[in-house]
Design a protein around this ligand. Structure first.
Ligand code: AMP
Ligand code: MG
Length: 399
């Protein structure tokens, strides 16, 4: 048995590098960029009209002109065209290239257009309503940094610089494995002594949300078939997440089977609740990391969120968010176990505050429906007071 802090550190120390892959822009959402992206041209690439109206040369206004003969119309998408006479104007639409020898755009709302001429009804400022070439970014500027998370904002920038496909950090191949003779499929009507599998579906969905489509497997509580199936699974994946079969029961064969398969035990048992019998190891020859979670649904769920997610973040090279929340009620944590407590989060004058979820132990799957995440409380002599800041691991999007 080791402390929660040591266990967390040992898990993160075994981060892996899965390399990178090229994906189409449409599939790049939520992935981690594996290259710096520079602007392939200026942003904007030309002096761009930002209003519909006319383009003029301001010198003409300084000479006293307020009415300008209209030479023609420039629409967005037309090639650049200079004014033939800088005392004249050209009608120009938003997104069109401002003529080289014009420097000011006046919108229709400040003009009267009559008999082929435009007359100002309000005096403009030189340079107004032009988005100047290169004023946002210059060609060659770094517009996206390696290891950025690609969201809709980044997708737009990638599109603008011509990245039809992009290099992203590769995700691990993950297998999720349930164990237990009492478990039946979702579609089945369980016999009175059986229950439906839920952990595998929770894990599948959680992984799917971070872009990983895991392989699913179920093992009966029987040593030789466990060993055979796991041997194969370890070869083919970067990480194997097991649930159940790892405690002290007569049929909890996993620790022994894993060690027989050459998976080096890093630790078995953590001073924490829920999730205490957590077994963690690595098969060195394949570099496959094994997270063997106790089967109670809240134990599996807590350990996945607390350990696996940060292991994945570290492996992908992204920052691990550190979130604190304000306690809404006093909590006593005596003894030697770090408590991972289910909480409901509320936005309280710009801060996140947490109240404990009513629950019935680590088997109480339904309590997770009311849970926004876990607060992590180390044991201490004094109680955790109302208003105290404590570390928080979210298990759902809070906004
Ligand atoms: P174990 O860790 O195998 O001793 O399992 C602890 C408890 O969790 C037992 O009551 C199991 O029936 C339950 N359990 C194990 N695996 C699952 C699963 N995949 N879905 C739901 N409950 C499970
Ligand atoms: Mg079991």
């Amino acid at each position: 048995m080791i402390s929660f802090k040591d266990a967390y550190k040992k898990v993160l120390d075994l981060y892996q590098d899965f390399g990178h892959e090229q994906v189409l822009l449409e599939s790049a959402m939520d992935r981690i960029l594996a290259e710096d992206i520079v602007a392939d041209r200026n942003f904007p690439p030309f002096n761009r009209a930002t209003k519909d109206g006319i383009a003029i040369n301001y010198d003409a206004i300084e000479k006293g002109l307020t009415t300008f003969k209209i030479e023609g119309v420039l629409a967005a998408g037309m090639p650049p065209q200079p004014l033939m006479d800088t005392s004249n104007c050209v009608e120009i639409m938003t997104g069109a290239v401002v003529p080289d020898n014009a420097d000011t755009v006046v919108m229709y709302e400040h003009l009267v257009i009559e008999n082929g001429s435009a007359t100002l009804t309000k005096s403009p400022k030189r340079g107004q309503d032009i988005h100047v070439c290169g004023s946002d970014q210059q060609k060659g500027d770094l517009v996206l940094k390696k290891y950025s998370t690609i969201t809709a904002s980044e997708i737009g920038v990638l599109a603008a610089v011509g990245m039809a496909s992009v290099k992203v950090r590769a995700l691990p191949k993950v297998a999720i494995v349930s164990t237990g003779n009492e478990l039946v499929e979702v579609e089945e009507i369980p016999l009175p002594h059986q229950i439906r599998k839920s952990n595998i579906h929770t894990l599948y969905s959680a992984l799917f949300k971070v872009g990983i489509v895991p392989t699913k497997l179920h093992l009966p509580d029987e040593k030789s078939s466990m060993k055979k199936a796991l041997d194969n699974t370890l070869q083919k994946h970067n990480a194997v997440l097991l649930s159940g079969g790892v405690s002290k029961g007569k049929f909890d064969f996993l620790p022994q089977v894993l060690e027989e398969l050459g998976v080096e035990k890093i630790f078995h048992g953590v001073f924490q609740r829920p999730g205490k019998p957590f077994w963690f190891g690595i098969q060195r020859e394949t570099n496959t990391v094994v997270f063997s979670f106790p089967g109670n649904p809240v134990s599996t769920f807590a350990n996945y969120n607390v350990y696996f997610k940060d292991w994945l973040r570290r492996s992908l090279g992204i920052q691990i968010p550190k979130i604190d929340v304000i306690l809404e009620e006093a909590v006593a944590v005596k003894g030697d176990l770090t408590m991972l407590l289910r909480v409901k989060i509320r936005f309280n004058q710009g801060h996140l505050s947490a109240s404990l979820v009513k629950e019935n132990g680590s088997g109480d799957l339904c309590s997770l429906v009311h849970t926004d995440g876990f607060i992590i409380l180390e044991p201490k002599m004094d109680v955790y007071e109302v208003g105290e800041l404590v570390p928080f691991v979210p298990t759902r999007d809070l906004l």
